[in-house]
Ligand binder design. Structure first.
Ligand code: P53
Length: 491
């Protein structure tokens, strides 16, 4: 048997991309709610009004100017405000997951559902009960929750009061939120991830290009605070329930050198250190790696730390390592004309691979490579908690039923399941697989609905039109067979 008994097959979503219900149940806003829809080639914006009422569209990470207020503008669409209405339809979705045979469902707790501004001393009971009902229902259906505590949704109230993660005040606010989650859901949830794709703070500077030293300084400082916050959360989570298994979550695109020029080999390794290992090493080993100083020096970054921070990092190491894997990237020190476009700036084109409609290199063997390298490096259990193909789907009417034929998605997933199988045979301790957007949801990068990942189709378009009804795609039945056979039947 290739996959071990008890292997956790499932799927993944995040609160901000799935739930909607952005101003219901006492929830406070987060930045995503005021972020417009984009496309592969046109960026998303945040919107606000200046004190005199002038509307402004600004870059996604822009700070709110003094006197301005976040605002939805009449001529913009904000896909995350309604998303795919998971807030009201989660029960139907959990039923569909159960029908596919899910053992695990990765979801996130919206921080601002529990703490509307992030600053409150006491949590919002409606938010607490919302997730409790969901966890209880999942348990009834035999589905284990895998819960991300923060998935790109720092409450805007905290940004207003503190400015964001560059302010170490966020550590305590985050730990208070996590403590509430561990206490309230003790016995209902055993698997936790502290911060989604924590390394994005750093690697997205690289993907989008044009980052100056100030951008790196800010990212390294924010990351330090997130490392400490995550490590404190791990300590609290273990103290509250010894059965809690708490992991990190790293975006792990494989990074390859373009040529065998030693300069390319070194450049690719340095990129991996900066974009992936830096965060994983701190969270798994509990200390900054030896190459950290080189990374900081390259951008003249100086990290403010307080006494006790390094002790916290050492005391709050994670129990397992999880990562997202969609694609690989190519790094080179040479001039290249054949580059990859898409919503990220990702370097040279890999002539051995084919690319998705959004310009992401499809590379199943890269997943095997990642699994083997990461397991050898960390020697803690691994989980692939995001993977999948963002693609256009077409709904066709057949025999009065709506069908979605998605052989491209089945093909992508099959190859990645085979890659996991090989890695396991080669000795990797892989515990679970939760493909991204198991029910269609809003793309984080582009804000599109038409970039779909799901086994379950959601009738919703990029202007907010649709019934939000759910339909099973062909991949639904494929994944059901895959799970029922524990990964043996993939055709
Ligand atoms: P979308 C950047 C780099 C790598 C993964 O992405 C990323 C991002 C942010 O876009 O996001 C992760 O939706 C993330 C999910 C996201 C998913 O990958 O742009 O954890 O929230 O939806 C896929 O196609």
């Amino acid at each position: 048997m290739a996959f071990p008994e008890g292997f956790l097959w499932g799927g993944a979503v995040s609160a901000g991309q799935y739930e909607g219900g952005w101003n219901e149940g006492g929830r406070g806003p987060c930045r995503m709610d005021y972020t417009t829809g984009g496309t592969r080639t046109s960026p998303r914006y945040v919107t606000y009004e200046l004190a005199d009422g002038t509307p402004v569209k600004a870059g996604r990470e822009a700070a709110l100017p003094a006197g301005a207020r976040w605002a939805s503008l009449g001529d913009c669409y904000y896909p995350n405000q309604v998303a795919v209405d998971g807030y009201h339809r989660w029960r139907e979705d959990v039923d569909l997951f159960a029908e596919m045979g899910f053992k695990v469902f990765r979801m996130s707790i919206g921080w601002s559902r529990l703490y509307p501004t992030g600053l409150e001393a006491e949590p919002n009971r409606a938010g607490i009960e919302f997730y409790r009902e969901m966890f209880e229902y999942m348990r009834e259906k035999g589905i284990e929750p895998l819960v991300t505590l923060m998935h790109f949704d720092t409450p805007l109230g905290l940004e207003a009061a503190c400015g964001g993660w560059e302010n170490r005040a966020l550590i305590d606010h985050f730990v208070r939120f996590c403590t509430t989650c561990f206490m309230e859901y003790k016995g209902l949830v055993h698997y936790w991830l502290t911060i989604n794709e924590i390394n994005n703070l750093l690697s997205l500077i690289d993907f989008f290009g044009g980052g100056d030293d100030a951008a790196y300084q800010r990212a390294y400082q924010q990351l330090h605070h997130q490392f400490v916050a995550s490590a404190k959360a791990v300590q609290v989570g273990h103290a509250i329930d010894q059965d809690n298994q708490i992991g990190c979550m790293i975006a792990s695109a494989a990074t390859y050198p373009h040529t065998c020029d030693p300069a390319d080999i070194l450049a690719a390794e340095h990129k991996r250190q900066e974009n992936a290992y830096y965060c994983g090493d701190v969270q798994v080993f509990g200390a900054y790696p030896t190459y950290a100083k080189r990374l900081w020096d390259a951008h003249n970054a100086h990290i403010a730390m307080e006494p006790g921070d390094l002790d916290d990092l050492a005391a709050g190491t994670v129990d397992f390592y999880t990562f997202s894997y969609y694609n690989s990237n190519v790094v080179t020190t040479h001039e290249v004309t054949d580059t990859v476009g898409g919503n990220f700036q990702v370097g040279a084109r890999n002539e051995y691979l084919t690319y998705s409609d959004w310009g992401w290199a499809m590379d199943p063997m890269g997943l095997q490579w990642q699994l083997e390298v990461l397991y050898d490096r960390y020697q803690v259990p691994l989980m692939v908690v995001e993977n999948g193909l963002g693609a256009f789907d077409e709904v066709v009417e057949e025999d009065g039923e709506k069908r979605i034929h998605d052989p491209y998605r089945i093909d992508y997933l099959r190859q990645h399941v085979r890659a996991m199988e090989t890695a396991i045979a080669n000795g990797v301790d892989l515990r679970g697989y939760t493909p991204w957007g198991c029910v269609d949801l809003v793309s984080m990068g582009t804000g599109e609905m038409r970039k779909r990942y799901g086994f379950v189709y959601v009738d919703m378009d990029d202007e907010g039109k649709g019934t939000l009804d759910r339909y099973r795609k062909d991949s639904f039945w494929w994944y059901q067979r895959c799970i029922a056979s524990n990964g043996a039947e993939l055709d």
